[in-house]
Design a protein. Structure first.
Length: 325
């Protein structure tokens, strides 16, 4: 007996289609689907792979009726199979389908426990509007803002929304770069980014006002490559053509939230400190049952931290504090 005879498949005649590296993405090209199929066919779901899938699915299903789901952190040393686990989970989660009708769950050889969890996931999906998954990479050089933008870009792409790009340091994997790079992307001349033909690109320009682009001759040199786009695109601004501010977005009933917000300094300071938490509140809760509630704020500072909170008031009687940081 030869060494090759002990293997189920002869390694000398079988090529690693993915070159031994799992690429986590949502690509639907023939090549990407061929690689995914190979990975599903060769997926050995035992040991930590089996335990990991069962744990993730179990936690999700136990919390499916809750307002929030716990996050999952997959950790391990380099080359331990983290990306492979996540990619297989993504395909099995939505039961990815191939042109010949084969499905991810039908192709992969799965343990009974994992299969049972996936069946329950599909059952729950019928009650909760279906299954959805999105995957991609954030990039190793991401900063705080570009991580958020990269994540939004992955989510937008997964549901067919606009392609989101941001002005900033050159990190193309995060759809972020300087003005000249953004202009090249629009022109289809950036080799590292290809815009889908069926989605409208959206540029996010942090710290740039409409006025900065309006007078091209006075426009900063670093922004000039984008100035001409204002005549070919649409700038998201207030109905009065002014740039959005936090206060304007909270108060405006034309494109904003239409809230009654106090305009004193405490409220202005608090809304900046509590902005992300405030945006997670139910709109009806912020407005109040009768629409007669006003949001005012208390900004607190001490030597260790800054915090802010908004309170809903009715006839100058504060009765509910919505959020403290």
């Amino acid at each position: 007996m030869l060494n090759r005879d002990i293997y189920q498949k002869d390694p000398s005649t079988r090529k690693l289609v993915n070159e031994g590296v799992a690429s986590v993405n949502d690509e639907k090209t023939n090549q990407a689907l061929s690689v995914l199929r190979y990975e599903l066919e060769s997926f050995v779901c035992d040991g930590q792979y089996e335990k990991g899938l069962e744990h993730i699915l179990d936690v999700y299903l136990k919390n499916i009726e809750q307002a929030e789901q716990p996050a999952v952190w997959v950790s391990g040393f380099y080359g331990s199979g983290k990306s492979h686990l996540v990619k297989m989970l993504r395909a099995l989660w939505v039961d990815s389908q191939f042109e010949d009708g084969a499905t991810a769950r039908g192709i992969a050889n799965l343990p009974q426990g994992v299969g049972d969890y996936l069946k329950e996931l599909s059952t729950q999906a019928k009650r909760h509007g279906g299954l959805h998954a999105a995957s991609g990479t954030l990039g190793s050089s991401s900063r705080d803002k570009s991580v958020r933008m990269a994540l939004l870009g992955i989510l937008f792409k997964s549901v067919g929304l606009a392609e989101l790009l941001m002005l900033g340091d050159y990190t193309p994997e995060n759809r972020t770069g300087p003005a000249i790079w953004l202009r090249c992307v629009i022109a289809g001349k950036a080799p590292d980014v290809t815009l889908p033909a069926d989605r409208v690109p959206v540029f996010y320009l942090p710290g740039v006002s409409r006025q900065d682009l309006r007078a091209i001759e006075d426009c900063p040199d670093l922004l000039k490559p984008l100035a001409e786009l204002q005549y070919r695109g649409v700038i998201w601004s207030q109905a009065n053509a002014k740039d959005w501010t936090i206060m304007a977005f909270l108060k405006s009933d034309q494109g904003g939230m239409g809230l009654d917000v106090a305009q004193d300094n405490d409220a202005k300071n608090a809304m900046q400190l509590a902005l992300y938490q405030l945006l997670d509140e139910e709109l009806e809760l912020l407005k109040g049952s009768g629409g007669e509630h006003r949001l005012d704020g208390i900004a607190q500072r001490d030597r260790d931290r800054q915090s802010g909170c908004f309170a809903s008031t009715n006839q100058d009687q504060r009765h509910r504090r919505l959020r403290r940081l």
